[in-house]
Design a protein around this ligand. Structure first.
Ligand SMILES: [Zn+2]
Length: 328
């Protein structure tokens, strides 16, 4: 299922479902020209995604031998099918930082290390055991690696007569990169700015303060002239610049919320701080949250606590195997 969303250049959106995932779908964009095409993002490495994307590409008569792929960031719902829909000699563009992150085999970048980190932030051990088997990010990642042409901020990619610029927007992932057609004021946003959901910001191994990076990247993207803003998930339902302001405010409010929770309840872990925060889960109580939602909520809470910590508003102590946070 595809939809034409722009002419000159011809841009199509293929609707790829993400079953059992609150994101609902990923929008895979295709820029078609007479000489060359570009696909942007792919969906999970799962049969439902493969079917939707490969059928969409077939309906659009996309000749893969004349097509490159651009990946906005390393998440499995964006890269999962990269090695399967492309040929072994296709060009796959991806930011150098995310590509190196994905392929980093040192133990501190492993799933094991990540699960340990969550336990040190108060996540219950028995729930972590289940995560290992059911975490979609882990199980729907591409099981084989792929070669990529790595890109940096400001690099240009030519597709037919159109020039696309890589816009480095770290925060959602360490190397998240949007792609911009300056003459047409079109920005492919990946997950940097989403419209009816807030992009998840979590901590990353080796990154000091991912929320700070994200806020800087929101302030950066505001400076671009954008008439057509194309998010990787769901619809674009608001004015782009208004939405950026909303997300900036959201994080300011979240930081205040975290600080106030710790002020009233000194010594909470990140997990327990998350349990006091307001989440838009259709009125569900924290104890009823599905484990995967708790996982994202705790990651998001850690990112906010890191930001407060580096602003010297809070500090933490390691007590009985868990980090406990206090306000100054
Ligand atoms: Zn993402």
């Amino acid at each position: 299922m595809y939809e034409k969303i722009y002419s000159n250049p011809d841009i199509y959106k293929i609707y790829v479902p993400l079953p059992n995932n609150p994101l609902k779908n990923i929008n895979c964009y295709v820029i078609k020209t007479d000489e060359k095409n570009l696909i942007i993002d792919t969906g999970f490495n799962m049969p439902e995604c493969y079917k939707a994307l490969s059928e969409g590409l077939k309906e659009l008569n996309v000749d893969i031998s004349k097509t490159a792929l651009f990946i906005t960031h390393l998440h499995s719902d964006h890269i999962g099918l990269a090695p399967f829909i492309m040929n072994s000699n296709s060009t796959i563009y991806m930011s150098k930082i995310d590509y190196d992150y994905l392929n980093n085999e040192s133990p501190e970048y492993s799933w094991e290390a990540l699960y340990k980190k969550y336990i040190s932030e108060g996540f219950p051990k028995n729930e972590i055991v289940n995560m290992h088997i059911t975490n979609p990010a882990e199980i729907y990642a591409p099981e084989k690696t792929f070669k990529a042409v790595t890109v940096n901020d400001g690099d240009k990619i030519k597709i037919g007569s159109y020039t696309l610029e890589c816009v480095f927007t770290p925060g959602h992932t360490p190397g998240h990169t949007c792609i911009y057609i300056e003459d047409k004021e079109i920005m492919f946003l990946g997950d940097h700015v989403l419209f009816d959901i807030t992009p998840n910001i979590t901590f990353w191994t080796g990154i000091r303060d991912s929320l700070k990076d994200y806020i800087n990247s929101l302030n950066k993207i505001k400076t671009f002239k954008i008439k057509t803003a194309l998010p990787a998930h769901r619809e674009n339902s608001l004015n782009f610049y208004d939405r950026v302001e909303q997300i900036l405010n959201h994080h300011e409010n979240r930081l205040d919320e975290c600080f106030n929770i710790l002020k009233s309840n000194p010594g909470l872990s990140a997990y327990d701080t998350a349990s006091f925060m307001k989440w838009s889960m259709r009125g569900k109580d924290w104890s009823e949250f599905p484990m995967h939602q708790k996982w994202f909520a705790v990651g998001e809470t850690i990112a906010h606590l890191d930001n407060l910590k580096y602003k010297n508003k809070i500090y933490r102590r390691f007590q009985n195997g868990v980090y406990c946070y206090y306000t100054f």
